[in-house]
Design a protein around this ligand. Structure first.
Ligand SMILES: Cc1cc2nc3c(=O)[nH]c(=O)nc-3n(C[C@H](O)[C@H](O)[C@H](O)COP(=O)(O)O)c2cc1C
Length: 321
């Protein structure tokens, strides 16, 4: 393949990666092209200073972007070759991505990139099929992570943990400031969470984040069939958070392909006491990276779309700001 064609493939993959989910739609990434390589760098200015002091959600978001890019390469018949966190002296360098070996083209996750959305409304009464949940466990297992679904016995404790985390976040001014900042961004920034994507509070088995800024309708779901999953990693370090982000993307794209919908519950890992309590609830060994509610959509109309920054803001060549 000519250099030109390789660059086109990589460019297409990074464009697909800009659709990735990110915490509060912060889009904390930038792709830089160097010959046959696309470097994924984190944008520390987009880290949530109080909600995410260690950068775990930032790396989860970058991991999701990386997996989106690999999904796009696989659709074009390339396996993708990834060096993760390759340089300890450059903590902003998340990954180097090259085309990698030729493989059988697999368009499934790539197609899902353009349909996947965060669905915050209650889901249908009907639960996801067991075979679908197996496929999601397998998706997480392709990365250094494990997807563990909560049993009915664990749900009350999980709900308590989520509720306490939400109360803590709304009682602490610096945490509240992060939430406010990223839910009231000027439209021309093309980032953050627009009010039209936030749904009103309602009674739920497991409470979701209270944004206190809401426009979208609740829809007709009951959440009765919702499955709650937690992505777990063996360690609790930057490599694990990156792997969990890749797993989050793979799980989310896979469930989209299976006509399911989801929304993350990250307050249970943002608040350290909640994170510890969740770890204990799940056996005390592996570390929770993020939780997800997963279900069958109750409404046929998709929720409003979030926006992304202009491509020129998030892609570039060395020396460009
Ligand atoms: C690491 C991470 C944490 C997230 N946490 C939450 C959350 O706690 N609650 C929520 O409703 N959405 C959460 N989201 C979803 C983002 O808000 C969403 O991806 C972003 O606004 C872009 O919208 P989209 O997913 O519809 O494209 C999270 C996403 C990521 C990647």
């Amino acid at each position: 393949m000519s250099d030109r064609a390789a660059i086109d493939q990589l460019t297409e993959a990074t464009l697909a990666a800009l659709r990735a989910p990110s915490v509060l739609n912060t889009q904390p990434w930038r792709w830089t092209f160097l010959g046959d390589t696309a470097e994924l760098r984190l944008d520390a200015d987009r880290r949530l200073g109080a909600l995410d002091p260690d950068g775990r959600l930032l790396l989860l978001s970058c991991g999701a972007a990386l997996d989106h890019a690999v999904a796009a390469l696989r659709a074009g018949g390339y396996a993708g070759s990834v060096e993760r966190l390759p340089d300890d002296t450059r903590p902003e360098l998340v990954a180097r991505l090259r085309l990698g070996a030729r493989c059988v083209a697999d368009p499934r996750n790539h197609e899902a990139i353009y349909r996947r959305q965060t669905e915050r409304r209650p889901f249908a009464e009907k639960p996801p099929a067991a075979a679908d949940l197996d496929a999601l466990r397998a998706a997480a297992g392709r990365h250094d992570a494990r997807l563990r679904f909560l049993t009915p016995d664990e749900l009350t404790s999980f709900a308590d943990i989520a509720e306490v985390a939400d109360v803590v976040e709304h009682a602490e001014p610096s945490l509240l400031r992060d939430l406010r900042t990223w839910t009231t961004r000027p439209a021309d920034r093309r980032d953050g969470l627009p009010g039209r994507t936030i749904v009103p509070d309602t009674w739920r088995t497991v409470p979701t984040r209270t944004f206190r800024r809401e426009h979208e309708q609740l829809g007709s779901g009951t959440d009765g069939g919702t499955a709650y999953g937690v992505l777990l990693t063996e360690r609790d370090d930057r490599r694990s958070w990156l792997a969990a982000g890749e797993a989050l993307s793979d799980v989310w794209l896979t469930l989209t392909g299976h006509r399911l919908v989801a929304s993350p519950i990250s307050e249970v890992v943002e608040v350290s006491s909640a994170r510890r309590a969740l770890r204990t609830l799940l056996g005390g060994s592996d570390h929770p990276a993020i939780a997800l509610r997963i279900g069958v959509p109750a409404d046929t109309a998709a929720p409003p779309r979030t926006v992304r920054r202009p491509n020129s803001d998030a892609l570039g060549f060395p020396g460009q700001s």
